[in-house]
Design a protein around this ligand. Structure first.
Ligand SMILES: [Fe+2]
Length: 261
């Protein structure tokens, strides 16, 4: 049975994102926040590797059924690979992030396969520290990641501000959707927990960095595949490593790519 309705899928295809408020249960959500707190503390320790995939609640988040099954509905089945997990706790004064998208492609030429990012707001959003801005429909246009960067975090025609979400809310975005984080004032002591994971549809070789493949190998070693049910998420063979290709790409990227195929 699909984890999403046909209306959900139509809305995602049209607007490029779906919001699920309070998707994770409270106790689980609190455990995830504690893992993020530990991660933030570990990051302050020199030479201590602080890798989200190593923390049990964060590692398991990469194969969280409530999320992965929804992603499967968007992908048309369980044929997609986990790209990365990032985790952070933003404090008052955290700077914003200008308009951009995160669809991995070198160069940006088409949207033949689906990549999604899953934005998780474990303490919700309340208009403090940082709002999420999205530009619905922008995922349908092929453009460079920084195409709208000059607009900073200003409202754009048709853009939406998401600043009111309950704890444990999840926003699944098409990775090519233009989005931004607008810095907002906040009371001292406010926190904005933010985890994001990302998934790429099977069928093409996606850009990544070598480190992310290591983290997927780690996920299998640590059992985050939930007894094999979600082993497909960490399968090898779906990535190339940007660090190996960028030099050659820069020298060969001349004129129309079509003439080099
Ligand atoms: Fe982003």
């Amino acid at each position: 049975m699909s984890a999403l309705t046909d209306d959900n899928i139509r809305q995602f295809n049209h607007e490029g994102y779906l919001v699920f408020e309070g998707l994770l249960d409270d106790r689980r959500n609190e455990r995830i926040k504690r893992d993020v707190d530990r991660l933030m503390e570990d990051r302050k320790v020199p030479n201590k590797p602080a890798i989200p995939m190593r923390y049990p609640e964060l590692g398991l988040l990469t194969s969280e059924p409530a999320i992965v099954d929804r992603v499967a509905s968007l992908m048309g089945g369980d044929r997609f690979v986990h790209h990365h997990i990032h985790a952070v706790c933003h404090m008052p004064g955290e700077p914003g992030v200008a308009w951009h998208h995160d669809y991995e492609q070198l160069p940006q030429t088409n949207r033949s396969h689906l990549m999604v990012h899953v934005f998780m707001y474990h303490s919700g959003l309340n208009g403090e520290i940082g709002d999420l801005l999205v530009l619905p429909g922008s995922h349908k246009k092929t453009m460079s990641r920084d195409a709208f960067q000059q607009f900073g975090t200003a409202d754009l025609p048709g853009s939406r501000t998401i600043d009111n979400l309950s704890p444990a809310s999840v926003v699944i975005v098409h990775s090519a959707l233009q989005h931004a984080r607008r810095a907002k004032p906040a009371d001292p002591g406010s926190k904005r927990y933010f985890v994001d994971t990302s998934y790429c549809q099977f069928g093409i070789i996606w850009p990544t960095i070598r480190q992310f493949q290591h983290y997927n190998d780690m996920a299998l070693e640590l059992g985050w595949d939930r007894n094999g049910k979600y082993a497909f998420l960490y399968e090898e063979g779906h990535f190339f490593f940007k660090e190996d290709q960028e030099g050659a790409f820069e020298s060969r990227n001349r004129g129309s790519v079509a003439m080099q195929l």
